[in-house]
Ligand binder design. Structure first.
Ligand code: BMA
Length: 336
């Protein structure tokens, strides 16, 4: 079993604690970002990090003290202690004119050939996907929004598949539900998107992903298929609960789900996950990973307040997904 990609010797890593029986375990120093991390911001969570020039950079969701979400750039030597800019990212369009979103949240980042592609949820007469690039996390160029509203959780694949860029997303209505399934769209040029496919549906025999699901971190290429961490939501008397699951999508045709976890692999348990601005949320948005060892660090937002890290090992995780898999009714049906 192989993780295909670069090695990352300096990514954060901790061994699984003795006696722990899950396939994903939490970083001992969680949360890595606490309340009021910078002067202007009150909570930084649901954020994306990548290796950058031998160290790390990231795009962070930061809720300001006016309550509105923006995205900020940040830098780190060890990917645990982050130096996050107090000012939000200022976008320019391709002609160099300011092109600032009203609000921005839940960014994801992937690198292809030295360009970092950022997707996030933006205001486009309603929640939709924003899209932009940077080469240095200092200058940011905003490109065309990929889709009309309403949409959230846009996650780009880290390479073209069959010559096309691929983008996972979760179309929705103007509120928070319904429309809870993950779709895949392809593009020859990152401007025109089409050939939409429904990849994964909410549901399953359990309840943890019964209300909606959304892609989390950019898919990881492995010898077994694309490994996707995603969030699943259940409804309770006390509101939504966000947990994390994992799926494996076919390498050549990622609209086909091969396996997905019947049970969640992480759910709110620790106080920083169960208590905060919005209780009971774990929301993965990124991974760091080392192709040589199969070590994976998952970056997730906790309780819409904190940033946290959890770890897993590729071989153990993939075995677990394969042996504990259940597709939802309708997954892999030709549905266009
Ligand atoms: C979703 C998004 C996430 C958030 C989650 C729980 O709809 O807004 O940013 O973490 O709700 O509040």
């Amino acid at each position: 079993m192989k993780l295909i990609g670069k090695s990352s010797k300096n990514m954060p890593w901790q061994k699984k604690p003795e006696g722990y029986n899950g396939v994903v375990w939490r970083h001992e120093g969680n949360p890595i970002i606490d309340w009021n991390p910078t002067k202007k911001t009150s909570r930084i969570y649901n954020s994306a990090v990548v290796p950058y020039k031998g160290e790390f950079a990231g795009v962070f969701r930061a809720d300001h003290k006016d309550g509105k979400a923006r995205i900020h750039a940040g830098f780190s030597k060890d990917a645990l202690c982050w130096n996050i800019n107090d000012d939000e990212i200022y976008w320019k369009d391709e002609n160099g004119n300011p092109y600032q979103p009203n609000y921005s949240y839940d960014p994801r980042v992937v690198e292809m050939n030295g360009i970092y592609y950022i997707t996030w949820c933006t205001d486009f007469g309603g929640a939709a996907l924003g899209f932009g690039i940077t080469k240095d996390f200092r200058e940011f160029i905003r490109l065309e929004n990929p889709f009309i509203p309403f949409n959230r959780n846009g996650v780009l694949f880290p390479r073209k598949v069959n010559g096309k860029y691929l983008l996972l997303s979760r179309p929705s209505d103007s509120a928070h539900t319904p429309f809870g399934d993950i779709f895949l769209s392809e593009s020859p040029d990152l401007v025109h998107w089409g050939r939409h496919r429904r990849v994964m549906q909410k549901g399953g025999s359990g309840w943890w992903q019964s209300v909606k699901i959304g892609a989390g971190a950019a898919p990881l290429e492995t010898s077994e298929g694309w490994l996707l961490f995603y969030h699943g939501v259940s409804g309770t008397c006390n509101g939504f609960v966000y947990s994390m699951g994992a799926a494996i999508l076919d390498l050549d045709n990622p609209s086909k789900v091969l396996y997905r976890t019947k049970d969640y692999i992480l759910t709110p348990e620790k106080s920083y996950e169960t208590t905060g601005f919005v209780p009971n949320v774990v929301f993965p948005c990124a991974t760091l990973h080392d192709a040589d060892t199969g070590q994976i660090a998952i970056y997730y937002g906790a309780a819409d307040t904190y940033s946290a890290v959890a770890y897993s090992k590729l071989d153990e995780l993939v075995d677990f997904i394969k042996n504990n898999s259940e597709l939802a009714a309708g997954d892999n049906e030709e549905y266009r």
